[in-house]
Structure formats: structure tokens, C-alpha cells
Write a protein that binds this ligand. Structure first.
Ligand code: ZN
Length: 321
């Protein structure tokens, strides 16, 4: 059970006074987190001569929801979490931004939640600075797709002011066009309309966004990899340095305990389930065939490991922090 800290009590009694209430208000704690944060919020590993730093942004302990996976029950989801060695009373969704130092450039792979998605996230900037990085010296930000947990870190809360005005922000043309089309708002489910409005209020006014077609090289040794389905223009990122390679899958395999083990599960966050599955299988088969490492934005921290075939699905082994 959550035990109220002194600060929570003060806030609660302050609000009670403000509302003229005599009884104490009960406030749901924002940080009642069961999963311990990693001992270090940043971990650096080598891919050839490139340095990849996994920067921890927080974790969402998502309550179970029967609608989360269309073709799996809550009991199936719980069993999959347990099989991956994770707690089964919630879906564990960590957020980790990979920062790549390659060819003298500093490249962010997505931008974090900006502390605007879940109360238990928003640690990216503190951990990024603790790792020795400076937000004003980021050269390039690669955007995998436009879900809030990947792009809200680009914009200040309330003002939408750009957090990285000096960086070039690279996004697949298909993804940019989908979200900035004024007509998309009417087609999106209600839960996504606000996201599209925020994108349309910011991206078209920013001068440092570049749309990229195909699988172009976008930073030294880094290419986009077309992985549509999760969103229409989702892209993974491939890093090559010397003989070493890493596939930064981002949300292609978003919660690996669920969709790496069961690539055919239709998660609610995959906008087009069939193409998401096809992209996922193709990417994992490539990683296995090429014998290279794979990272993921929602993999257990530090979010990098190896994939192997396992029955009808796949199995991820994550390197320990
Ligand atoms: Zn995500």
C-alpha cells in the first residue's frame, strides 16, 4: 500500500483549505511505482566505434484492460508477462531513449515523454544531462513515429516551445503527412484527436523538421527502416559501424513480452494490426539472419539484447544493465 509522504499530506490539506472542506481529501499518489528504477539512469555500450547510450525516461505500469490485445485475454497477457520474468499484475512499459554518438554527431532516437505522458515518466532530461549530454548540442533527432511517448519530449508542456531548437528533426514523409493532414482529425478515434491537433500546431511551424522518403542514410552509419503498421509511417533505425550493427526497433516490437513472443497478437496501439505484424516478423527475421543486436524503446532497461526463434514466435534476451 502507498504511504503518503509529508509532501502529499501538505498538498492534500492545502487543497482541502482551498475548497473550504473540513475533511481531508484523498489524493491518488502520482508515484506509487512498484518497479524499482534502474540503479543508473544511463548505460553506454559500443556498436563498432559508435557509442549508444540508453537513457531511462521512466516506466508505465499499465493496468490490465481486456481491450488491450484484441485476440488475447487478460489471463493470456498475465501469463506472457510472467513468462518474461515480469510482474503479472500490470503491463510493464518502460520508456528508454537511445542516444547515438556516431561520426562526431549526437543523434537521439525519439525524444522521450517530456514528462507529459505518464506520471512515472519524464526522467529523460535529468538522466541525459547526468550522462554528460547537452540538449543544445544535439545534432539530429530521428522520430520513429508520432505517438505522445516518442514526441512530447520535443515540446515544452503548455507552451509547445521546442526543446531542441538546434537539432534537425528527421521523420518519414508518410508519418509527417498522416499527422499533419487537417482531415485526419475527423478520422482518428477521440483519444488521438488531441495528439493530431498538437502536432498540427507545432510541426508545420518548426523550421528544423525534415521529411525523408524511403530508407535514406540520415546520420553517419544510420538509416531509416520502413516498419509501417504501428503507425502509417513508423520507422526503425539501423546503425552500422565497421563490422558491427544494431537494429533500433523502437515500437515495431513495442512490449516484447507480448508481441515478440506472440507476433500475431493484435495490440490496440498498432493502428493496422496486419501490417504491424508483417513489419515485426520481417524485422526480427532480418535481425536473426544478420546475427545483430536489437534495441527497443519499451524493452526492459537498458533496452538492448538479442532475438531468437522460439516455437511459433520469438524470444528476446535482454542484456542486463
Ligand atoms: Zn511507444
Amino acid at each position: 500500500m502507498f504511504k503518503a509522504s509529508r509532501r502529499d499530506v501538505v498538498i492534500a490539506s492545502g487543497l482541502a483549505t482551498a475548497f473550504g472542506l473540513s475533511s481531508r481529501l484523498v489524493i491518488t499518489p502520482a508515484l506509487a511505482q512498484k518497479t524499482p528504477d534502474p540503479a543508473r539512469g544511463h548505460v553506454t555500450y559500443k556498436v563498432g566505434t559508435a557509442d549508444v547510450t540508453a537513457v531511462y525516461d521512466g516506466i508505465w505500469e499499465k493496468p490490465h484492460d481486456p481491450a488491450f490485445v484484441a485476440n488475447a485475454s487478460v489471463d493470456d497477457v498475465k501469463a506472457a508477462m510472467a513468462k518474461a520474468g515480469l510482474p503479472e499484475d500490470f503491463v510493464s512499459i518502460p520508456f528508454t531513449v537511445a542516444v547515438v554518438r556516431t561520426g562526431g554527431k549526437t543523434v537521439l532516437c525519439d525524444a522521450g515523454t517530456g514528462g507529459q505522458v505518464q506520471p512515472t515518466a519524464g526522467r529523460f532530461m535529468a538522466n541525459f544531462k547526468a550522462a554528460g549530454f547537452d540538449p543544445d548540442k544535439v545534432d539530429t533527432i530521428l522520430i520513429s513515429h508520432c505517438h505522445p511517448d516518442h514526441i512530447f519530449g520535443l515540446m515544452e508542456k503548455d507552451t509547445n516551445r521546442p526543446v531542441f531548437p538546434n537539432a534537425e528533426i528527421i521523420i518519414a514523409d508518410a508519418e509527417y503527412k498522416f499527422w499533419t493532414d487537417p482531415a485526419v482529425i475527423n478520422r482518428l478515434p477521440d483519444a488521438r484527436k488531441g495528439l493530431a491537433r498538437r502536432i498540427q500546431a507545432t510541426f508545420p511551424n518548426w523550421k528544423n523538421i525534415k521529411q525523408v522518403a524511403g530508407e535514406a542514410e540520415v546520420a553517419p552509419g544510420m538509416r531509416l527502416v520502413a516498419t509501417p503498421g504501428h503507425t502509417p509511417g513508423h520507422r526503425a533505425f539501423h546503425l552500422a559501424s565497421g563490422a558491427s550493427q544494431l537494429m533500433l526497433s523502437n515500437d515495431t516490437c513495442y512490449v516484447p513480452a507480448l508481441v515478440v513472443a506472440n507476433p500475431g497478437w493484435r495490440g490496440v496501439y498498432d493502428q493496422d494490426g496486419a501490417s504491424a505484424e508483417a513489419s515485426r516478423r520481417k524485422l526480427m527475421d532480418r535481425v536473426i539472419a544478420d546475427k545483430i543486436g536489437i534495441s527497443g524503446y519499451h524493452f526492459p532497461f537498458p533496452g538492448v539484447g538479442t532475438i531468437a526463434r522460439d516455437g511459433n514466435g520469438y524470444a528476446l534476451t535482454v542484456d542486463k544493465a
